[in-house]
Design a protein around this ligand. Structure first.
Ligand SMILES: N[C@@H](CCC[C@H](N)C(=O)O)C(=O)O
Length: 270
């Protein structure tokens, strides 16, 4: 099977073209592919399948030709991946499967529109973030209150007083399983200046990653809420680079770079 490798602000993915949806990728093969020593190494896998070929999303086939079938590094499935969507769009354009400009992609979390900017960055319409309440993350014995936000997938975005660089994210932060029965992506951010925040993330199904697109939007929402705002443009710095998040009344946008860096033949099997 052919594979491609790409990243968006160093959130990295293996891309597997499976237009007919016949590969039947298992969780254990995904985990082998994502293994950074025994596999190719990645935070997740993006399977490229025609929307009409997937029973999960075929109702969107009239508006989105392609389905981003996203899997976390541990093999689990997720509803949505913001950086994955930028990389997925870059792959579709490079492979001649979509025209540069604007097009829609199906995900488990619904249809998302993407647009290629004049500077080559890719903008994703991420939909309207849904604030579901408050909860607490525990890191290194400290409790950090934050907002429970759905971006299609679950997030807990917590402002911290200290620089995020000091946090120990080698282990899963504590969270309330009653609030997050299916797990959660946890963002810890430090607001700096106006409309800017520095963020680290511990992703469900991956561990700490160098960026998380849905997490940067959740962070912008939580950072804006600190000053009573619900709209605005935010610069979010992550270990892997910088992205821009725009919150408006009806939706949110994530903009940033996305590159394909390699291709090859997958030799791994079950
Ligand atoms: N890296 C992603 C999010 C991937 C899914 C997440 N780990 C989950 O399980 O919800 C992003 O860029 O949004």
């Amino acid at each position: 099977m052919r594979f491609f490798k790409g990243h968006g602000t160093e959130n990295d993915f293996v891309i597997l073209p499976d237009p007919g949806g016949e590969a039947g990728l298992t969780a254990s093969l995904v985990a082998k592919i994502c293994d950074r020593r025994a596999g190719i190494g990645a935070d997740g896998v993006l399977v490229v399948t025609r929307t009409k070929e997937s029973h999960e999303v075929s109702e969107h086939a009239a508006v989105a030709e392609w389905f981003m079938d996203y899997r976390n590094a541990d093999g689990s499935m997720a509803e949505m991946c913001g950086n994955g969507m930028r990389v997925f769009a870059r792959y579709l354009i490079d492979a001649g499967l979509e025209q540069s400009g604007e097009f829609a992609v199906a995900t488990r979390g619904g249809v998302r529109k993407v647009r290629v900017e004049p500077n080559g960055d890719i903008t994703v319409d991420m939909g309207k973030p849904v604030v579901l309440g408050e909860s607490v993350a525990t890191v290194g014995g400290h409790e950090y209150p934050g907002l429970h936000i759905s971006m299609g997938n679950p997030h807990l975005a917590c402002a911290i007083g200290d620089p995020v660089v000091q946090l120990d994210l080698t282990h899963q932060p504590g969270f309330d399983p009653g609030v997050f029965p299916n797990g959660v992506n946890i963002e810890l951010f430090n607001p700096v200046g106006t409309s800017r925040a520095v963020m680290r993330v511990y992703e469900r199904g991956c561990g700490e990653t160098r960026s998380c697109g849905t997490g940067t939007v959740a962070t912008a929402v939580a950072a804006a809420a600190l000053s009573g705002d619900t709209t605005g443009t935010w610069t979010i710095e992550v270990p892997g680079g910088t992205v821009t998040v725009t919150l408006d009344e009806d939706t949110s946008y994530l903009s940033g770079p996305a590159v394909i860096v390699a291709s090859g033949e997958l030799m791994l099997a079950e």
